[in-house]
Design a protein around this ligand. Structure first.
Ligand code: HEM
Length: 404
C-alpha cells in the first residue's frame, strides 16, 4: 500500500550505546543480542535520533522508571519524533491522579471471571484456523494462525466486526512501524480510527447491547460522563494494545518451539492444565516479551547514575529487563519449566497490563491447539522469519513445515 510520507530518513545503527534506534532494521531479529551487548557496557544507552532518548537495559533501571510517576509521564508512551502528533488513550497515556479512574472503569471487563468463559470459543476458533490449512504440509504460522487469534478475542469483547481485521492490522502497522518517524502517517491513522470508532460509539449510544463498546459509549467516572475524546481513546487503546501484542507472543512461542522438538514433546505429553504449561507460557513471555513502552521525562533526575532532563524520552525496555542476569538465573537459557520467573513482560507499577488474563488465555490456547494438531512441526529455516521492530516485536512471517 502507498502512504503519504513525511518521514525522517535515518542511517543504519552502528553504535547501539550512543545512537540506538528501535526502528532500525537490525532490531526486530536481534533485539535480545543488542540489549545484552549494551548491558555489558553500561546500564543505559542513549540516542539523539528522536530528540534525546534513553534506553535502560537492566531490571533495576527499568523498575526505577516504571515506579517513578513524578519524573516520568505516560503522556508520551513511545519514542517518536518530539513533534509527533499524540492523542490520549487512557489509562495507558494517563498519569496520577487521573489514571486511577480510567483504570478502575475498564478493569472489570478483563477480570478472570470475564475471560475464563471465552476460552472454549477461542479453542474452537484456533481449531478452525488449523482446519483452514487443509492438507498442506507448509504454513505461515504468523500470517495464517497467530495474527488472527487476538483479533478474534478483542472483537468478541468489544462486539465489533471481525471482517475489519485487515484494517485494524493496517492501522497498527502504520502507527507503530511508520508513525514514530512520520507525522503524516500517524495523524492519518488517528483520523481514520476516530471516524471508525466515533460511528460505533454513536451507534451503541443509541442501541446499547451488552458488549464493552456499549459500556464505553455510556462510560462515567464518579458520576460524570467521560469526554468523547477519551471514550475514543479507550476504543483505540483496545485495538493497539490488544492485537499485535498477543499475536507477537504467540508467534514468538511458535518460532521457539518449532526449533526445540524436545520441549514440544514434553508439552504434548503434559495435560493442558499441568503446571508445565503455565511455566512454559510464562517463559515464552519472559524470553520473548513483545512490548517496549516509553515515558516522557518531566523532572530532573538520574537513572542508573546518569542524569536525565525534562523533555528527554525514556524507553521502558521491559523485554531487556527480562534478560538481565542480575534478575534471572541463567537468563539466556530458555527453561521450559522455570519456576521462579518474576518477569516484567506485562510491565509493573500502576500501568501493569490490564489485558494480561486475556493475553495469557489466548497464548496458552493458541500454543496448545497448534501442538495438538502439529506435534512434529518445525521451523526449518529460522532466518526466513521476518520480525516487526520497534514498540511491539514479534514474527510477522513465520514459514513452518507441518510434518503431519
Ligand atoms: C502478550 C500480550 C501483552 C503484553 C506483553 C502486554 C504488555 C503490556 C505492558 C508492558 C503494559 C504496560 C504499559 C506501561 O507501563 O506503559 C501494558 C498495559 C496495558 N495493556 Fe497490555 N499487553 C498484552 C496484551 C494486552 C491485551 C490483550 C490487552 C487488551 C486490550 C491489553 C491491554 C492493556 C491496557 C489497557 C494497558 C494499560 C494499563 C494502564 O495503563 O493502567 N494488553 N500491556
Amino acid at each position: 500500500m502507498a502512504y503519504e510520507v513525511d518521514s525522517v530518513e535515518l542511517p543504519p545503527v552502528t553504535d547501539w550505546v550512543n545512537d540506538w534506534d528501535w526502528l532500525d532494521d537490525q532490531w526486530g531479529a536481534n533485539a535480545i543480542e543488542i540489549w545484552n551487548s549494551v548491558r555489558q557496557e553500561c546500564p543505559m544507552a542513549s540516542t539523539e535520533r528522536y530528540g534525546r532518548a534513553h534506553m535502560p537495559v537492566t531490571m533495576e533501571a527499568v523498575q526505577a522508571v516504571a515506579q517513578d510517576t513524578e519524573n516520568f509521564s505516560s503522556i508520551w508512551v513511545n519514542v517518536a519524533r518530539p513533534d509527533s502528533p499524540r492523542s490520549p488513550a487512557p489509562p495507558i497515556t494517563s498519569d496520577p491522579p487521573d489514571h486511577r479512574g480510567h483504570r478502575r472503569l475498564l478493569l472489570p471487563a478483563f477480570s478472570p471471571k470475564m475471560i475464563a468463559p471465552m476460552e472454549a470459543d477461542m479453542r474452537e476458533f484456533c481449531r478452525g484456523l488449523i482446519a483452514d490449512l487443509g492438507d498442506s504440509n507448509t504454513a505461515d504460522a504468523a500470517e495464517q494462525y497467530a495474527q488472527h487469534i487476538p483479533v478474534h478475542g478483542i472483537c468478541q469483547l468489544l462486539g465489533i466486526p471481525e471482517d475489519d481485521a485487515d484494517m485494524f492490522r493496517d492501522w497498527i502497522f502504520r502507527n507503530f512501524q511508520l508513525g514514530p518517524r512520520d507525522n503524516a502517517v500517524r495523524e492519518q491513522v488517528r483520523v481514520e480510527m476516530d471516524a471508525y470508532f466515533g460511528e460505533l460509539l454513536e451507534d451503541r449510544q443509541a442501541n446499547p447491547t451488552d458488549d464493552l463498546t456499549s459500556f464505553i459509549a455510556h462510560a462515567e467516572i464518579d458520576g460524570q460522563e467521560v469526554d468523547w475524546t477519551l471514550k475514543l481513546g479507550y476504543m483505540k487503546l483496545m485495538i493497539v494494545a490488544g492485537i499485535d501484542t498477543t499475536w507477537s507472543a504467540i508467534g514468538s512461542g511458535l518460532w521457539h518451539l518449532g526449533q526445540h522438538p524436545d520441549e514440544v514433546a514434553q508439552l504434548v505429553a503434559a495435560d493442558n492444565d499441568d503446571m508445565l504449561w503455565q511455566n512454559a507460557v510464562e517463559e515464552v513471555l519472559r524470553f520473548y516479551a513483545p512490548v517496549t513502552m516509553a515515558r516522557k521525562v518531566i523532572g530532573e533526575t538520574e537513572i542508573a547514575g546518569c542524569p536525565v532532563k525534562p523533555g528527554d524520552q525514556m524507553l521502558l525496555t521491559f523485554p531487556a529487563a527480562n534478560h538481565d542476569p542480575e534478575a534471572f538465573e541463567n537468563s539466556e537459557e530458555f527453561i521450559l519449566d522455570r519456576e521462579r520467573n518474576r518477569h516484567v513482560a506485562f510491565g509493573l507499577g500502576i500501568h501493569r497490563c490490564l489485558g494480561s488474563n486475556l493475553a495469557r488465555m489466548e497464548l496458552t490456547v493458541a500454543l496448545q491447539e497448534w501442538l495438538r494438531a502439529f506435534p512434529n512441526y518445525a521451523v526449518e529455516v529460522p532466518e526466513e522469519t521476518t520480525w516487526a521492530n520497534g514498540q511491539i516485536r514479534g514474527p510477522r512471517k513465520l514459514p513452518v513445515k507441518l510434518n503431519r
